[in-house]
Write a protein that binds this ligand. Structure first.
Ligand code: CP
Length: 318
């Protein structure tokens, strides 16, 4: 039996972070997303794959891209989708998160997609509900579907991830997108460099596999990918930089800075962009920008995740 190849199976019931995935898992998700992408360009953008499944979008923080693309992904696969926001839920009347989750569970959903300001909430919910939990962003911890759609976008353009130089610039400490991307890109063999003000840099950054650069010029030198991050004011009690003008001057991505990068550099941003702060408008809208392609790929990646967590039933490892 030694020469019998083991058949790959996706075994994750919950999607909590890119940390949980093997390299094979990530490529399988990206390949599945690539196969689903074409559905969104059909005249009739619907397949019956998740017919009869119930999916709840439960968002405790604002969102445009993630909430809507999960809903679109679910609807394109014929699932029944329901949205609940903390601001209009009984959380406002004092109901605990766990009580709310148990009440959602009592309605027998198949998947609960959750965004929350506290790291670890999606993991906590897995202990209280039978539904699959998908993390749509938890505090500064992880935003796995964003990391996966970023990997998909880069692979589409560069044909590979291994060996690429990826610069991530800005508020690394408060960014779940940065965390997921550092983990994802390094797992697949890219060199990840990070740059930003010292107050935006977590002390453990190099333990994630990223190289901490002393300047943004050093980070973008010969870079294949430059990703800018929004300043996450919602996760800062006090201002951590002297002014936005100074931040933009030293860390904003502009055309002059990009002379240090490769000529075919990809420009990325998870959104929402604060134009003129972390990125100049001509860069956001100009050559090499794949920011809106990231959004398009977000639907395909989320279709893949919904499909895979449902397909993994019976062979689940969490
Ligand atoms: N990238 C991202 O998470 O965007 P939203 O906050 O709009 O979902």
């Amino acid at each position: 039996m030694g020469n019998v190849k083991e058949i790959y199976r996706f075994r994750h019931k919950h999607i909590l972070g890119i940390e949980q995935f093997s390299v094979a898992d990530i490529f399988y998700i990206l390949d599945t997303a690539a196969s689903f992408k074409e559905i969104s360009s059909r005249p009739i953008k619907k397949v019956p794959t998740l017919r009869g499944k119930t999916i709840i979008n439960f968002f405790f923080e604002p969102s445009t891209r993630t909430r809507l693309s999960f809903e679109i992904a679910a609807k394109r696969m014929s699932a029944d989708t329901f949205n609940i926001a903390a601001s209009t839920s009984s959380a406002q009347k004092g109901e605990t998160l766990i009580d709310t989750a148990c009440n959602l569970e009592a309605m027998n959903p198949d998947i609960i997609i959750i965004r929350h300001s506290s790291s670890g909430v999606p993991s906590l919910l897995t202990r209280h509900v039978r539904a699959s939990i998908i993390n749509a962003g938890d505090g500064a911890h992880e935003h796995p579907s964003q990391g996966l759609l970023d990997l998909m976008t880069v692979r589409e353009h560069k044909g590979k991830i291994e060996g690429l130089k990826v610069a991530i610039v800005g508020d690394i400490a408060h960014s779940r997108v940065a965390h997921s991307n550092i983990v994802g890109f390094t797992k697949l063999g890219a060199e990840v460099r990070v740059a930003g003000p010292a107050t935006f840099m977590p002390p453990y950054i190099e333990s994630l596999g990223a190289r901490l650069c002393g300047s943004v010029e050093e980070a973008v030198q010969d870079a294949d990918v430059v990703m800018a991050l929004r300043i996450q004011k919602e996760r800062q009690d006090d201002p951590l930089i002297p002014s936005l003008r100074e931040y933009s001057q030293f860390y904003g991505i502009n055309r002059s800075l990009l002379r240090h990068a490769r000529p075919d550099v990809l420009i990325m941003h998870p959104g929402p962009i604060n134009r003129g702060v972390e990125m100049s408008p001509d860069v956001a809208d100009g050559a090499g920008s794949v920011i809106l392609e990231q959004v398009t790929n977000g639907v395909a990646v989320r279709m893949a995740l919904l499909y895979l967590v449902m397909g993994s039933e019976g062979s689940r490892v969490g």
